[in-house]
Design a protein around this ligand. Structure first.
Ligand code: ADE
Ligand code: ZN
Length: 345
């Protein structure tokens, strides 16, 4: 069978997605008009002409400019709903969506209002589409520890509706160890924890995220292959890595998709997953990331299936729900990869 249809048929999760980064260019223009924002680009064409990034910092500038159109409850609600409807078409069944309240605060937008809208949008759409998942509240590391602690206090009223704490934004110069107190507090609340590390930052940041922040999962983590001891540990402990292949190419972490190390990490026994990060900026949603990796890196059908399994294994689903999704994957495998064995069974 062709790779595309296997990828489509497999149930999958998305574990690394910034909801503000899921804004489509048409939505940027529409929200700017609706909110009467003095925005530098009038059309989709003008806007997407600037979607060329030297690195994470260059991307961050465009991301922040586009985020200035996100002002009202309706904006955050519609953004979340649109993302979930879109990925459901990729047969993504479970989503763990990151939202950064500090980004809203920095623009004079109420972080509580924005978070509530994201939570409402997620909960309503999960019920409507039969999806599972949750919201990860992301700390923006470039704003420092004290601002992160303030943000955590602001979201306290919503703590039972939130799944995890994350750590994102500019990596280099903001090592995970600076955020130990924040992560201790979140863990005491019963939250899961994740952190971006080893995207542009060195392997030491992955060690710190594991040993000091005690995270359950690493976002990106692709620079682990510079450190054989770290590779061995990640394989041994089966620490999930939420890899975003197309993001890594657009942000020049790898020069092209055929140079990406995800196949090597998978074959070394690491628990890698495929995610989209900020899909409209990086050329595709989850299935596009799977398809381009399969074509460029020669992933076998069995490896594609393993990546779909990994996406559930690395998720924060409870064990029963996880096993239910994994059984659905095995049913697809039986029907699509072993049709003769199935017929004779
Ligand atoms: N925020 C949105 N996308 C990001 C990325 N790729 N790395 C760090 N922070 C981000
Ligand atoms: Zn990210």
């Amino acid at each position: 069978m062709t790779g595309q249809s296997l990828i489509q048929k497999l149930p999958k999760t998305e574990l690394h997605l910034h909801v503000e980064g899921s804004i489509e260019p048409q939505q940027v223009i529409e929200f700017a008009r609706r909110n009467q924002v003095d925005f530098p680009y009038a059309t989709v064409e003008e806007l997407i002409a600037i979607y060329e990034f030297e690195n994470l910092a260059g991307f961050g500038q465009v991301y922040r400019t586009n985020s200035t159109v996100l002002l009202t409850r309706q904006d955050f609600y519609e953004l979340t709903v649109a993302y979930m409807r879109r990925v459901r078409l990729d047969n993504v069944r479970h989503v763990e969506i990151a939202f950064a309240p500090q980004g809203a605060s920095s623009r004079g937008v109420s972080p509580e209002m924005a978070l509530e809208a994201v939570l409402d949008g997620f909960e309503a759409t999960a019920a409507e589409l039969g999806m599972t998942g949750g919201i990860i509240v992301g700390c923006q590391r470039n704003r420092g520890l004290d601002d992160g602690l303030k943000m955590l206090e602001q979201v306290r009223p919503y703590r039972d509706r939130i799944m995890a704490l994350g750590l994102a934004s500019m990596e280099v110069g903001y090592p995970p160890r600076l955020f130990e107190r924040l992560f201790n507090e979140a863990r005491e609340w019963g939250w899961k924890t994740v952190a971006h590390a080893g995207e542009e930052g060195p392997p030491e940041y992955i060690w710190e995220a594991l040993d000091i922040l005690k995270v359950d999962r690493i976002d990106h983590g692709v620079r682990c292959d510079e450190d054989p001891r770290l590779m061995a540990r990640l394989a041994e402990e089966q620490v999930p890595l939420t890899v975003c292949p197309l993001s890594n190419v657009y942000l020049k972490v790898f020069p092209s998709i055929d140079k990406h190390n995800i196949a090597r990490l998978l074959r070394a026994g690491l628990l890698v997953t495929i995610n989209s990060d900020d899909p409209p900026y990086f050329g595709g949603y989850v299935n596009e990331n799977f398809a381009q990796c399969q074509t460029a890196l020669g992933l076998t059908d069995e490896e594609i299936v393993q990546l779909a399994r990994n996406s559930f294994i690395g998720s924060f689903l409870d064990e029963d729900a996880r096993q239910g999704y994994l059984a659905e994957i095995e049913a697809v495998v039986a029907a699509e990869l072993n049709p003769i064995a199935e017929m004779n069974a």
